[in-house]
Write a protein that binds this ligand. Structure first.
Ligand SMILES: [Zn+2]
Length: 261
């Protein structure tokens, strides 16, 4: 879905504070958009009027710093601009919930997150078991959201730069631009760099092997295609292969390597 497909008719701002909400509404009005702000300073009479106007379509922008829970009933709202960072999952879900309600003729909803909330709580598509109509029940076991950013400041193995999309944490490739994760070009600048690169490479070999059905001989050949192998590189390989004693195996591999050298 793109902004173009979504009628920018019913927008909701969530601002940081009263001044911010007022300023956002003011700016929207300057752009020729029928906008109002609802804050704790708004007179009850005005508040009622703004909410009524918004529900009937006479207002297209509503800015607020709270959650507009009391007396707010506008399932047609389809765009939310999050300008307020929140650590509370419930507040996040309430903000999202403003545009996720079904309404006749409504095809989609657009969430524009200017506050980085998606990094703290995850993408709306990935939040499971949300009962928004029942007050926004927090999903269980919430730690960090299982997402990562497709990097725009880093090149992958093929020299490709990412696209800044958010993708599931375990993606090996960005589904939007094809960026390959964990395959940075090896830049052998010193032993330490080499060591981390070897470990990353070994992990990558296993990922590729799993993906393309390569066997253990392929893996072993790949391992020995690396230079400056250390005992801990072998140990990682042994661990990933599922050996019972990867430490001991790594020790003997190192002995063999030294003899060959
Ligand atoms: Zn990407």
């Amino acid at each position: 879905m793109s902004i173009r497909d979504s009628p920018l008719t019913d927008l909701q701002y969530f601002a940081v504070n009263i001044e911010h909400a007022e300023a956002l509404a003011e700016e929207a009005r300057r752009q020729g958009i029928k906008a109002q702000a609802i804050t704790s300073l708004t007179a009850p009479k005005d508040r009622e009027k703004f909410l009524g106007d918004y529900a009937s379509g006479h207002l297209t922008f509503l800015a607020s710093c709270g959650c507009l829970s009391v007396g707010f009933d506008a399932p047609h709202a389809s765009v939310v601009l999050m300008c307020r960072p929140t650590k509370s999952l419930i507040v996040y879900l309430q903000q999202l919930g403003r545009v996720l309600r079904p309404s006749l003729g409504k095809k989609d909803a657009l969430v524009l997150d200017f506050a980085g909330n998606v990094f703290a709580h995850g993408r709306v598509e990935d939040i499971k078991d949300i009962a928004l109509d029942h007050g926004g029940v927090a999903p269980k076991g919430t730690g960090k959201p299982p997402i990562k950013l497709c990097p725009t400041s880093q090149k992958d193995r093929d020299g490709k730069v990412g696209c800044s999309a958010l993708v599931p944490l375990f993606s090996s490739q960005c589904r939007h631009c094809g960026y390959l994760f964990g395959k940075q070009k090896a830049t052998p600048t010193g032993q330490l760099q080499q060591a981390t690169n070897n470990k990353a490479a070994i992990r990558q070999f296993f990922a590729v092997a799993k993906q393309q059905g390569k066997d253990k001989r392929w893996l072993y050949a790949k391992l020995h295609s690396l230079s400056n192998l250390t005992q801990s590189d072998f140990e990682l390989y042994g661990t990933l292969r599922g050996y019972k004693k990867p430490k001991g195996w790594a020790y003997y591999q190192m002995q063999e390597l030294k003899q060959r050298a």
